[in-house]
Design a protein around this ligand. Structure first.
Ligand code: BT5
Length: 248
């Protein structure tokens, strides 16, 4: 079901009215040797978040996974997640919503002054490869677009609730073009990310399997890891080690 999409970006678009998970489909396409495909769905019946968590993906959202075969190392893969968060936040801001990025993989709307937020979008990045080379990477982006927030889990919000419906076709086009631009200019990802980050300057608690960390989020590294100033000095946390991050 490949559709014409009028994209500047070099992705073909495979569209589904309903699918289990666009990330699962991207993985399937990867094993078939495909590349540069964006799998797009109106509804997902088995949407997935990080760490086996479920992702609600009713009709009206933007659920899209971009499969590419970039010449990067696995250590650079988190920059793809950050590139996606910048792309989504920029497209959402064009729709009139004050979207900010919460490290490592959320786009949120700040609520009040104490660092609180509502979640508008999330990213699930999956890949396969060797230690020195990524074979394929699938960046799954889920954006609560034309959906009523009260049909989503507590703490979620939607573009509809914040600013009214978007033209999903144009919106997806913007997200994919922005993502393409940033993944082709990886050195520009971290500076663009800093400009939109809600997390920087916040006092945060990060749950890790290796134990919690509390401190001020001061920066991200060139590889997209979060630098936290704790009582015992600076510590660097990679996205893979972060189960939850919350402002405290
Ligand atoms: C994420 O996980 O935020 C990654 C979400 C990625 C979804 C996209 S949609 C296209 C592609 N195909 C997929 O199957 N997945 C990707 P995480 O940080 O683990 O957050 C998950 C948590 O967010 C859940 O435990 C809920 O608490 C909450 N949640 C679930 N659905 C939500 C929604 N639609 N909006 C806001 N929060 C939600």
């Amino acid at each position: 079901p490949t559709v014409e999409y009028g994209l500047e970006a070099p992705f073909s678009v495979e569209y589904h009215d309903s699918i289990g998970s666009t990330n699962a489909r991207a993985r399937e396409l990867a094993t078939e040797g495909e590349a540069d495909v964006a799998v797009l769905a109106d509804e997902q019946t088995g949407g997935r978040g990080r760490l086996e968590r479920a992702w609600s993906a009713p009709s009206g959202g933007v659920w899209v996974s971009v499969l590419t075969r970039p010449e990067i190392t696995p250590a650079q893969a988190p920059l793809y997640t950050l590139a996606a968060s910048v792309a989504m936040a920029r497209a959402i801001r064009e729709a009139g919503v004050d979207a900010r990025i919460k490290w490592p993989n959320d786009v949120v709307i700040p609520v009040g002054e104490d660092g609180d937020y509502r979640k508008l979008a999330g990213i699930l990045t999956e890949m396969e490869g060797e230690t020195d080379r990524v074979e394929w990477i699938a960046v799954g982006m889920g954006i609560n677009a034309n959906i009523d927030a009260d049909s989503l889990p507590e703490g979620a919000t939607t573009i509809r609730d914040e600013a009214g419906d978007v033209d999903r076709r144009l919106f997806v086009q913007r997200v994919l073009e922005e993502f393409d631009a940033y993944r082709n200019a990886l050195e520009s990802v971290v500076p663009a990310w800093r400009d939109l980050a809600l997390t920087l300057g916040q006092r945060v608690r990060i749950d890790r399997t290796a134990g919690d960390i509390v401190g001020e989020a001061v920066d991200v590294t060139d590889a997209g890891a979060l630098v936290v100033a704790t009582e015992d000095g600076e510590q660097t946390v990679s996205a893979g080690d972060c189960e939850h991050l919350r402002p405290v």
